[in-house]
Each structure stands twice: as structure tokens, then as C-alpha cells.
Design a protein around this ligand. Structure first.
Ligand code: AP5
Length: 209
């Protein structure tokens, strides 16, 4: 595949991380997730991690400047990528325009009710990052990863009260990007309520088009 520059948009739990990993496996494109990078910084107790944790624990966005400084180099270094969780505000989208153009913004849609159902049952492997769902994509054991045997954990920001705030923050700060990218002729929409394999097939069709 030619070096595509794509980004995934959508509410928390829409399936951006799940799809980005699958697309990266299929295409070799570099998966850049601001959420994963931030969680890694928090786990290592870095200055960025300490500054971000307060916002993440509440389900609020981390300030634009910190995010843009953090991701700028990583984007500039690669010529083909899947952005997952960035940009998330109009200020971030404008900053991205100055770093590189995008070929496609894929908006994965999901209702608030489905978001809450999915996030309360999400589990993630502490070792390899594989994402499971106790309802929709259960691991063989509730506590161990099928792939590497690592411990499965529930993200701190998947608590119900935090998920509620994350959805509100998405509607207020991130949903305006739908118009931003629509106006630039870059937006495609995929129904995220379909099974994972169907969502992936639709995205691969869009990438091939
Ligand atoms: P981040 O990690 O980016 O969280 P998010 O955008 O809220 O997205 P999620 O990771 O919760 O969901 P997802 O869409 O990736 O869904 P997943 O594939 O896991 O950000 C976390 C925090 O970091 C933010 O709140 C903010 O504080 C900060 N942050 C990050 N980026 C930032 C930025 N740019 N600016 C400012 N702050 C930033 O799937 C969810 C569940 O559903 C899983 O269990 C999965 O198995 C299941 N599932 C997936 N697809 C399907 C399907 N088709 N059918 C059934 N189940 C499915």
C-alpha cells in the first residue's frame, strides 16, 4: 500500500484502537495513539505523564500544547501513519495541517448507550496492549491475555462517571472536527456498531479507493 496518512475519529469506545491495530497489521502503516503514548508516560512517571494524569483521570482532554509537542516529532518522522485519538480539537487539527496533510479522516460512529456498554466491559493486556471485551470479544481467561499471558486490567478512565464525562467532552470539543474535515472533503463515515471484521472491511475498502 502507498504511504497513506489517515486518522480515526469517533467517541470513546467507538473502536479506534481496535481498528488502528488491525489496519497497522494489514498495511504496515505506523500506529500513533496519543492515548497509548500518554498512558506510557504516566506509567513511567515522566514529566509529561504527571502533567497529563490529572486530566486523564477526570476524563478531560490534556492541554493542546502538551499533546502537539508530544506528537509532532513522531508524525514528522514517518511518511505513512494511522492517527488514533489525534487530532481531537480544532486547535490540534490546525496544528496537524502545519505538520503534514491527511489523505483521509475516518469517523467511526457509535451511540452513547453502546459506548457505555463497551467501555464498562473493556479489558486491556498490560504487556502487549491487546484490547478485549468481556461481552463482545472475550479472552479465554478473564484475567490473562490469550496472546502473551499478560495480566488483563480495566483502564482507570473506564469507570462509569469518567466515561460519562469523556462522552460529553467528545461532543463538545471533538465532534466539531466532523464539519472541519467534511468541509475539506476528507471525511468518510463508518458505522462502528457493526462487528469488528465488518468495520475493518469497510475501512480497508476506503483505503483502497
Ligand atoms: P484515548 O485512549 O484516546 O481514549 P478514547 O479516544 O476515549 O478512546 P478509547 O481508547 O476509550 O476507545 P477506542 O475508540 O480506541 O475503542 P477500543 O478499540 O478500545 O484517550 C484517553 C485519554 O487520554 C483522553 O480521555 C484524554 O484525557 C487523553 N488524550 C488522548 N489523546 C488526546 C488528545 N489528542 N488531546 C487531548 N487529550 C488526549 O474499543 C472499546 C471496546 O469495545 C473494547 O473492549 C473493544 O474490544 C470493543 N470493540 C471494539 N470494536 C468493537 C465492535 N465493532 N463490536 C463490539 N465491540 C467492539
Amino acid at each position: 500500500m502507498t504511504r497513506k496518512r489517515i486518522a480515526l475519529l469517533g467517541p470513546p469506545g467507538a473502536g479506534k484502537g481496535t481498528q488502528a491495530k488491525l489496519i497497522a497489521d494489514k498495511t504496515g502503516l505506523c500506529h500513533l495513539s496519543t492515548g497509548d503514548i500518554l498512558r506510557d508516560e504516566v506509567a513511567h512517571g515522566t514529566e509529561i505523564g504527571r502533567a497529563a494524569k490529572l486530566h486523564m483521570d477526570r476524563g478531560d482532554l490534556v492541554p493542546d500544547k502538551l499533546i502537539i509537542d508530544m506528537i509532532h516529532e513522531r508524525i514528522a518522522k514517518t511518511d505513512g501513519f494511522i492517527l488514533d485519538g489525534f487530532p481531537r480539537t480544532v486547535a490540534q487539527a490546525e496544528a496537524l495541517l502545519k505538520i503534514t496533510p491527511l489523505d483521509l479522516m475516518i469517523n467511526i460512529t457509535l451511540s452513547r448507550v453502546e459506548v457505555i456498554k463497551r467501555l464498562s466491559s473493556r479489558r486491556v493486556c498490560r504487556e502487549c496492549g491487546k484490547i478485549y471485551n468481556l461481552l463482545f470479544n472475550p479472552p479465554k481467561s478473564k484475567t490473562r491475555c490469550d496472546l502473551c499471558g499478560g495480566e488483563l486490567f480495566q483502564r482507570d478512565d473506564d469507570r462509569p462517571e469518567v466515561v460519562d464525562n469523556r462522552y460529553d467532552v467528545y461532543m463538545q470539543a471533538t465532534a466539531p472536527l466532523i464539519d472541519f474535515y467534511c468541509e475539506r472533503g476528507l471525511l468518510c463515515e463508518v458505522d462502528g456498531a457493526q462487528p469488528t471484521a465488518v468495520v475493518l472491511e469497510r475501512i480497508m475498502d476506503l483505503l483502497a479507493g
